[in-house]
Design a binder for this molecule. Structure first.
Ligand SMILES: [Zn+2]
Ligand SMILES: [Zn+2]
Length: 458
């Protein structure tokens, strides 16, 4: 088996792995790098431009896993794109939104090469997408190989519990097996239930390492963090400040909405409207529509009916008064420029009655990451357009992650019992932590931290 990590950088970056297993060639994920711009944000597709890719498989529909799909489809124009049925309901929305965001960035930030693909291209290649239920074995070799009766590897999606449709991917060849975790969560979230990876065993394991640098303090659980978030929101509303929760539109938004619903239902906070972005609303509708197909809790909770969700129209935010205890659940999670979260934060940071609550990962080199680190009254650089700000508002960080805790992932490595493990999708210190611990606990397992674009025989 030959494996190439196509992430252009040594950080979490863009997820994309090229696998050659017994002569069949699979690309897993086609992400974009959230901190890079233009062509530089793409996986290293040049490395595989002469390969005959049989199929593409997508673990889930976050940008860092799917955002460059139409581009890599240019390299294999007839290859099928395999994903879970639930991802299938989401993927086109995500890609069309990418085109819109890129066009806006071209106009507002002057990135001339944007958009890297068009709405038409998404529409014209979408017929190649195929959605599958979890736990079904799928043949994925190119049609001419299948027709010739050549032995073909199979593939199976396993529920990863991270966002709607998310999956780990089990690839089975004649002689060897490979498992790719995608992004995984081993605990129940408020809506989604934990990953179902119980019986996974594989010769080769490719693993995400997002939280390798994060030790969970003793006594801290999802429940204690959710309770603390409820208390904090209550406090801010009582002092008539507004609350900004910057989130990603897919997954985080719906989990936080469910939290807010429970708080209102328990009487912890008063019933009130929640302001959100249009894309977040669309994905919330998909969560509602697919509730009975999803491995989740609160199956009968229809968020769009249970809550008063108000979509912020373009320009509306600028005119809105922030006094009086409003709740905003808006994109983007890392507060990149030209997003509602960025612009709201600009208006809130200088006022002690307001609060900005983080509930997920924010890269330290993004506006959100910088803001998260500040101390009260500290002056700091926020962003190019926002400049330097002095923080007067309340800032807090709640650990309601959709990623596996590092100790759970380490136990998982033991259960999978692979011959080789590839560490990816994490920053340097996170991968280092895993490498060291795996070496101590499972000395027989060979460990790779593959360099960008370098093929590794496994
Ligand atoms: Zn993800
Ligand atoms: Zn990811």
């Amino acid at each position: 088996m030959r494996i190439t990590n196509l992430n252009p950088d040594r950080d979490i970056g863009a997820s994309s792995w090229f696998v050659d297993i017994e002569g069949s060639k699979l690309l897993m994920d086609a992400g974009v790098h959230p901190k890079r711009e233009g062509w530089g944000s793409l996986p290293l597709y040049d490395v595989i431009k002469n390969e005959e890719i049989d199929a593409i498989a997508i673990s889930h529909c976050h940008h860092d896993h799917v955002g460059s799909l139409p581009i890599v489809q240019r390299y294999c124009p007839r290859g099928h794109v395999l994903m879970t049925e639930l991802s299938y309901f989401v993927v086109e929305r995500v890609l069309h939104n990418s085109v819109n965001v890129m066009k806006r960035q071209r106009d507002e930030l002057g990135i001339k090469e944007y958009p890297l693909f068009s709405h038409e291209e998404v529409d014209e290649t979408a017929h190649l997408y195929q959605g599958f239920k979890y736990n079904r074995e799928i043949d994925w070799a190119a049609f001419h190989k299948l027709r010739a009766g050549m032995p073909s590897p199979t593939l199976e999606f396993l529920d990863a519990g991270h966002a709607i449709g998310s999956a780990g991917i089990m690839v089975r060849g004649q002689k060897e097996t490979l498992f790719f975790t995608g992004d995984v969560c081993f605990q129940d979230q408020t809506i989604l239930k934990a990953a179902r990876f119980e019986d996974v065993q594989a010769d080769v394991l490719i693993m995400e390492t997002t939280r390798g640098n994060k030790q969970v303090p003793p006594g801290l659980t999802r429940q204690t963090e959710a309770a603390r978030l409820g208390e904090s929101i209550k406090r801010v509303i009582e002092r008539r400040g507004s609350i900004l929760i910057p989130v990603f539109a897919l997954g985080r938004t719906q989990e936080i909405l469910a939290q807010l619903y429970l708080m209102m239902k328990n009487g912890q906070i008063p019933k009130q409207p929640i302001y959100m972005g249009g894309l977040g609303k669309v994905f919330t509708e998909i969560y509602d529509l697919q509730a009975h197909r999803t491995h989740r809790q609160h199956t009968n909770l229809i968020l769009t009916e249970a809550l008063e969700l108000i979509v912020l129209e373009q320009g509306q935010l600028d005119k809105m008064k922030l006094a009086g205890g409003k709740i905003f659940v808006v994109t983007a999670g890392m507060m990149t420029e030209k997003t509602a979260a960025h612009d709201l934060a600009l208006r809130m940071v200088g006022h002690p009655e307001h609060a900005i609550f983080f509930v997920g990962y924010a890269d330290p080199e993004t506006p959100g990451g910088r803001l998260k680190k500040t101390k009260p009254d500290e002056t700091f650089f926020f962003s190019q357009s926002g400049g330097e700000l002095t923080r007067k508002c309340e800032i807090d960080d709640f650990d309601l992650t959709a990623h596996a805790n590092r100790d759970d992932l380490l136990d998982f490595v033991g259960r999978v019992d692979p011959r080789v493990v590839f560490l990816g999708h994490g920053d340097e210190p996170s991968r280092q932590w895993f490498e060291q611990r795996i070496r101590e606990r499972y000395p027989k397992i060979k460990i790779h931290q593959p360099q960008p674009g370098v093929a590794v025989e496994a």
